[in-house]
Design a protein around this ligand. Structure first.
Ligand code: PMP
Length: 304
């Protein structure tokens, strides 16, 4: 079992990890009524910095708003909680997991249960495996599609959405792939189980648009901004499945997965079958923010 950090922030205070427990009849456990975030803190030359903390906490509050989950803390309070849990655990490189959920207080779907909020932090390496940032992964197109528009809103980062993510991720691993890429109900490219998707076609970056049933990721937004500021063209458009096989480069991105190259899809090599030049350029720009090689012109690094 993993090594747990000593402390966690729960409902307003830092407490020992083992004491942050929930009742088995909590609403969220039965109905998926939680919203959460994934955030990384990087140990930069000017001290630990939480990447786009404000944007993540704004998204957490917006996800709660979609589901009408009362959110008892402001963005500022959630940011303070994040800094507290990092410091309490003496972390420098960390993954942060804020979560807000309907707790114990009613058994009906429409019950107004009190909201519980927690922020955990621990050290977490590359999400899709050791070394994959350099080597890339083999991906497959999932037999599971993303939720259709106006079913389960993919723009909200809610616990229940990750039933779809689990089907995609577990199918891919069962078949021996590193990750699954899902299609929309229209058969267009959407995203990975827990990552956004980028392709390089004709030297230009392409990524599925928000209407393709994606979570509009903060890493996705970061990479679009970094690419454009570097003179790389970025196109958000509907992409048929075969563009995965046409593409010179493919990568997945997200807070946990960072920038993970895809070296093959459905057994077909992507380009030369190893991370391509645009993927490596974006990795350099992205990771450069954290080791001082690239300048943070956007105020994304927020002191921990
Ligand atoms: N899509 C899904 C389904 C995700 O779970 C994630 C990870 N939060 C992403 C995309 C990437 O989002 P972000 O860059 O904000 O972490």
């Amino acid at each position: 079992s993993p090594a747990y950090p000593p402390f966690i922030w729960h409902n307003g205070a830092i407490k020992p990890w083992a004491e942050a427990t929930v009742h088995v009849m909590a609403h969220a456990l039965h109905y998926g009524s939680s919203v959460f975030e994934g955030i990384r803190c990087y140990d930069t030359p000017s001290g630990p910095a939480i990447f786009r903390l404000t944007d993540h906490m704004k998204r957490l509050r917006l996800s709660a708003k979609v589901y009408d989950i009362a959110m008892p803390y402001t963005v500022e309070q959630l940011k303070a909680a994040s800094r507290e849990v990092i410091r309490a655990n003496g972390l420098r490189n960390a993954y942060l997991r804020p979560i807000a959920f309907r707790g114990l207080g009613g058994f009906g779907l429409g019950a107004d249960c009190p909201t519980e909020v927690a922020v955990a932090a621990w050290e977490w390496g590359p999400y899709l495996g050791a070394g994959v940032l350099e080597t890339g992964i083999d991906a497959c197109v999932s037999s599971w599609q993303r939720p259709a528009p106006n079913t389960i809103p993919t723009g909200a980062k809610a616990g229940g959405n990750y039933l779809s993510g689990q089907l995609i991720a577990r199918e891919a691993r069962r078949l021996g792939f590193g990750e699954g890429i899902a299609l929309t109900v229209d058969g267009l490219l959407s995203e990975g189980a827990g990552e956004n998707l980028f392709l390089v076609l004709d030297g230009r970056l392409h990524t599925p648009p928000v209407r393709a049933g994606i979570l509009p990721g903060i890493t996705r937004d970061t990479l679009i901004t970094l690419a454009r500021s570097d003179g790389i063209e970025v196109i958000e458009c509907g992409l048929p499945r075969e563009t995965l096989y046409f593409a010179d480069e493919v990568f997945l991105c997200g807070t946990a997965a960072e920038i993970t190259p895809v070296r093959a899809v459905d057994g077909r090599p992507v380009g030369e079958g190893r991370p391509g030049p645009l993927t490596r350029r974006l990795q350099a720009l992205f990771f450069g923010l954290f080791d001082g090689r690239s300048e943070d012109r956007w105020g994304w690094l927020e002191p921990a």
